[in-house]
Design a protein around this ligand. Sequence first.
Ligand code: HMG
Ligand code: MG
Length: 291
Amino acid sequence: KLPQKVKIVEMGPRDGLQNEKIIVESENKVKFINLLSQCGFQAIETTSFVSKKWVPQMGDASEVYQKIDKVPNVSYPVLVPNVTGLDQALKVDVKEIAVFGAASEAFSQKNINCSISDSLKRFNEVVIKAQQNGIKIRGYVSCVMGCPYEGDINPLKVAEVTQKLFEMGCYEVSLGDTIGVGTPEKTKDLMQALSQFDFQKLAVHFHDTYDRAIPNILVALEHGIQVVDSSVSGLGGCPYAGKPSGNVATETVVNTLNYLGIETGIDKEKLKEASDFICGLLNRQNISINF
Ligand code: HMG
Ligand code: MG
């Protein structure tokens, strides 16, 4: 049974841009986010408070966050890997953060330079301080259906990290198929391994490297998940994920859900405007062209 409504969390400004070689000027990031704010999203992941040396494109996090128009009832979460990042986010009055862990030891090392258990200790410090400041915390688990370095991942490992993130105080955990190797069968196995959790508190974050994100999302929705991360025009990919692999395109998700009679609240015309703008800057083919 499919849900009646799905919340889409737009990833374009963060996951969409973090791996782009062309550095987008801060002012244009602000325009892009302001255009997205008109589309009807309830949440737009805005930027990352990570090391500039590791992810140069996100080096202007404070400036971008400060300059965007914050539309009431839209949240603007940002990625935060440690207390250093949180302190910078606090200075610009961020209201929601996301900590990002992994179900793969090798990916954790490459992505955030520490083991899974060390990352959980760091996140715990972040969460405590964030909660003291009244900030909402989302959690990510990467490599839920496979890792670029380790290959197959045991879904029970995903369940273990998910459990830790909930125990810490994350209000939602987003399941990242970081490199898009998931299949409908693997998605089903993953959902079964997570059956102890409240599916209203889980989200899916699927990259579309092999064009399987949509069938995989549908399996997740059939299991009761109602939150989907996607990126306008399918921009994006993690710099530590090897082969370039964008997020599933927001346009494709909206079209598919509309076709199935599932409400998203997204204005397609406005979405096309945001997509045209960013694709123009990045010299990319705009997938909303036939949208
Ligand atoms: P590190 O080098 O191990 O950290 O990096 P450190 O604590 O040893 O510090 C080294 C230097 O970085 C110091 O500066 C720190 O001050 C600075 P120096 O003394 O050399 O001048 N530093 C920072 N600067 C700014 N912001 C910070 C920060 N922390 C330390 N927060 C660290 C560890 C986590 C910082 C680093 O590995 C990093 O920034 N990694 C970036 C990871 C990243 O952004 N990955 C992409 C996002 S995750 C993703 O895309 C997956 C997802 O989409 C889900 C999915 O698809 O699966 C979420
Ligand atoms: Mg991602």
